[in-house]
Ligand binder design. Structure first.
Ligand code: FRU
Length: 518
């Protein structure tokens, strides 16, 4: 039927008005956080890892400690559960584990999306953004315009005088514009030696990190560049520059972490690190063995950044997005999609095998009931069941004096589904195999992820099992391996295995972990 004249126009207007009201309600509820639903108990809902109550998240942004609160900002789509309308979501915590989600902090505006970036504490009001005589938070982020607009990325600044609750855009934005389509993810820190702000920012297609300096966070001058170096199979994104202490706290080294997507060794997105020196102007890679490695050898840890503003003496803390662009938009979760890793304290170790980054997840405050494990010189590990646990839980194992070549542990969710963690001395690798773990949301999902094994380092293993992920740390934390899993059930039968029946002793412990949402 054909509607005519004024009648049809009026219907059109009414429809338009209804659409406007619905859109306005959606925008308001998304921005105020009132549309939050659910009790964090849906299938696969992480219990010890942060995830937004609803909608899509990717990279963590602007991690900062300020006035007794840890802030986690994150790439967020306030309108849906796939990538788009990128804005900064916001959550706060007093321990980096229990998070409280707040309204969107920096929304997409006038067709400019708010991409990844960092937040600094401007202690001396160097920017002039703080109220006189006070300190405040300054965010430095990438503004991104995508087709059909001209593809262009610039660096921009916003500030908050109320502990990150509300933000004002700097009227002089952008503060850096190279007239390029790909120029993103500023990592800004205060450099004590030069008494200047340092920005490490990526030219993804050139595989370069540029270093800029500034006295006021507004006017920036380029000092140097690093790269191409290491792996250049894909875009370089999400740099993070930080000083890392040695395990004994007596010395320190600089680490430059760079995201790589696609083309990482495990497929898709990955994170490499370079260890060396940063003199306030340029980064120089160390020549020591081990100066180039991977912050994570699993498939699901990307765009990790470190907290700014931590109290003096606090170890640096890195936190990443547990995901991979190969299948990020297809994860089988609702009403949210995307989650963060646990925070991890960083240090570095040096031994006969060289230098290595060491990561230790912050999880102790969540520990509940504990059981100890001891298996003496067993020649048939395959028969040994260590018990049953329900996610979330933590398992620590130390394999002592192994004469066996391949051994490890399996977590069975039923007879046909398991996730396997193993040391294969013949092949010289530590691995996690999730190919039998459960649902596979994409053909890229089934995987056996591997890391080089260093014979001189201990055969220890820490596993943190949540409802849809496993974080593994091996060889004294010098190997971190994070992989998502979607098991049919949340109970795990923990069972050891070995291949050829040579002796291994195992000591260890399990802990139940308390949900961060209760
Ligand atoms: C990495 C990334 C960043 C970018 C952001 C956009 O995951 O591509 O380079 O700033 O995601 O959401």
């Amino acid at each position: 039927m054909k509607l005519q004249g004024a009648y049809s126009r009026n219907l059109g207007r009414i429809a338009h008005a209804i659409k406007a009201i619905i859109t306005a309600t959606l925008v308001l509820s998304a921005l105020s956080g009132t549309a939050q639903s659910g009790n964090y108990d849906e299938p696969f809902r992480p219990q010890v890892h942060f995830s937004p109550r609803q909608h899509w998240t990717n990279d963590p942004n602007g991690l900062v400690y300020f006035h007794g609160e840890y802030h986690l900002f994150f790439q967020y789509n306030p309108f849906g559960d796939t990538w788009g309308h990128m804005s900064w979501g916001h959550a706060v915590s007093t321990d980096m584990l229990h998070w409280h989600e707040l309204p969107v902090a920096l929304p997409e505006k006038d067709g400019m999306m708010i991409f990844t970036g960092s937040i600094v504490v401007d202690r001396k009001n160097s920017s002039g953004f703080c109220s006189p005589g006070t300190e405040c938070l300054v965010a430095i982020y990438t503004g991104s315009r995508e087709p059909p607009q001209v593809h262009r990325q610039t660096q921009n600044v916003a500030f908050s005088r109320d502990n990150g609750r509300t933000w004002t855009q700097f009227a002089g934005n952008p503060v850096l514009d190279l007239e390029m389509g790909d120029f993103r993810d500023p990592s800004v820190t205060w450099n004590q030696e030069t008494r200047r702000w340092t920005m490490a920012v990526s030219l993804p297609k050139e595989h370069k990190i540029l270093f800029f300096a500034s006295a006021d966070l507004k006017s920036w001058s380029q000092k140097s560049e690093f790269g191409p170096a290491g792996n250049v199979a894909g875009d370089w994104e999400c740099p993070d520059l930080l000083r890392v202490p040695s395990l004994d706290g007596k010395s320190s080294i600089w680490a430059l972490k760079v995201g790589l997507n696609p083309g990482a060794p495990q497929g898709g997105s990955g994170e490499q690190y370079f260890l060396g020196n940063f003199d306030g102007q340029s980064f120089k890679l160390s020549t020591e063995t081990g100066s180039h490695g991977w912050t994570n050898y699993g498939k699901d840890d990307y765009c990790a950044i470190s907290f700014n503003g931590l109290p003096a003496g606090h170890a640096p803390v890195l936190l990443g997005w547990m995901n991979n662009w190969q299948y990020a938009n297809r994860l089988p979760t609702s009403p949210w999609r995307g989650q963060m890793s646990l925070p991890r304290e960083l240090s570095f170790t040096k031994d006969e095998a060289g230098i290595a980054l060491k990561q230790e997840p912050i999880v102790k405050p969540l520990r509940g009931e504990s059981r100890s494990i001891s298996v003496q010189s067993s020649t048939d590990l395959s028969g040994v069941k260590l018990g049953d646990e329900t996610a979330p839980f933590e398992l620590d194992l130390h394999f002592d004096k192994p004469s066996e070549q391949t051994f490890g542990v399996r977590l069975y969710s039923d007879e046909r589904h398991w996730t396997e963690f193993g040391f294969n001395r013949q092949k010289g690798e530590f691995y996690m195999d999730r190919s039998q773990s459960g649902a596979a949301p994409s053909p890229y999902f089934p995987a056996r992820t591997t890391a080089p094994l260093v014979t001189q380092r201990p055969y220890d293993l820490k596993i943190i099992v949540d409802r849809s992920s496993v974080e593994a740390y091996a060889q004294n934390g010098t190997i971190a391996m994070t992989d998502l899993i979607y098991p049919a059930g949340q109970n795990s039968r923990i069972q050891l295995f070995s291949l050829s029946g040579r002796a291994v002793s195992v000591q260890g412990r399990t802990w139940t972990l308390k949900s961060i949402w209760k």
